[in-house]
Write a protein that binds this ligand. Structure first.
Ligand code: 5GP
Length: 125
């Protein structure tokens, strides 16, 4: 079944400026902002401006410019936060929850950037 995008989701409202956000970085195609309920000392969400529900939806239908911008924005936020292991930072974890099994709460693609402490093992058993 094709993806149906709900333009009333909370991140769509943030993108339209209807709800405020604590912006970390913005580009032509992407927006990065602090999570409202941080799960770690660093917890940034990066979203594309386009109407994509999940990572695979984005990868299948976004333009090359959007995909490049989104990937590079995530990299630029990591650099800005000083958490790249390649630059002496402590490292990070990226998470993109998708659909029911992934327990995705907001149906607009978002990548969580988590850092600031050792994050524990990837999944609970
Ligand atoms: P998910 O469970 O869909 O992967 O993550 C959704 C994330 O969005 C959660 O970490 C939640 O705290 C965050 N979130 C939900 N509503 C808002 C909001 O209005 N503003 C911000 N900045 N984050 C939000």
């Amino acid at each position: 079944m094709p993806f149906a995008y709900d333009d009333q989701n909370i991140f769509a409202k943030i993108l339209r400026g209807e709800i405020p956000n604590d912006t970390v970085m913005e580009t032509e195609h992407s927006l990065a902002f602090n999570d409202i309920q941080p799960q770690a000392p660093v917890h940034v969400l990066v979203i594309p401006r386009g109407p994509y529900v999940t990572w695979d939806h984005f990868a299948a239908e976004a333009t090359d410019a959007e995909i490049t911008d989104y990937t590079r924005t995530i990299q630029a936020v990591i650099a800005k936060l000083g958490i790249s292991p390649g630059e002496g930072g402590q490292g990070y974890r990226l998470i993109a929850n998708s659909g029911e099994a992934g327990i995705q709460e907001v149906p607009h693609l978002h990548t969580h950037i988590l850092s600031g402490r050792v994050l524990g093992r990837m999944l609970q058993r």
